[in-house]
Design a protein around this ligand. Sequence first.
Ligand SMILES: [Fe+2]
Length: 182
Amino acid sequence: MTTATVTSTCRSFTSEAASETYTTGLKNAHALEQQAMQLMQRQLERYEHYPEVSQRLQQHIAETEQQIARLEELMHGLGADRSVLKDWATSIMGNLAAIGHSIMPDEILKNHFANHAFENFEIASYESLIAMAEATGKSGHVPALRKTLDEEQRMATWLREQTPAITLRYMQLYEQGRKADR
Ligand SMILES: [Fe+2]
């Protein structure tokens, strides 16, 4: 058994390929945020009976706008053309986004689960970007990425903590024969 250990913190990459990996990661995050934005905007009007959720979503939509702007600034600094971003495939989160389209009676719960999944996907993606930025000598990018990561973590935690309350509200509305899916 070997005693050699490799830690991610002591690796640095200087190749063109490594930079490309990072740029691709930024583009993916950009596409992901745009999808998250669409998903949240579509849901807003459906949370009539869940005002806290609607309010928090609105706040996160505003945060997401800033996150997108931050990513664009980082990519611009790397020489990425803005038009490239528009063409970038936005199908990464297709399945989760499709859940957001659902109009089943328990849509509100499914949307909530999808939002929770989305935030956790985003968290993993920013943790990965931070590791890439550090390893490719772009440590100047880290504060912006970390700011976004903090926002995603706060949102994910908030959503997770709301799960029981949203579920019980849904059950209550359903039991009362009211429209619970909004
Ligand atoms: Fe987010």
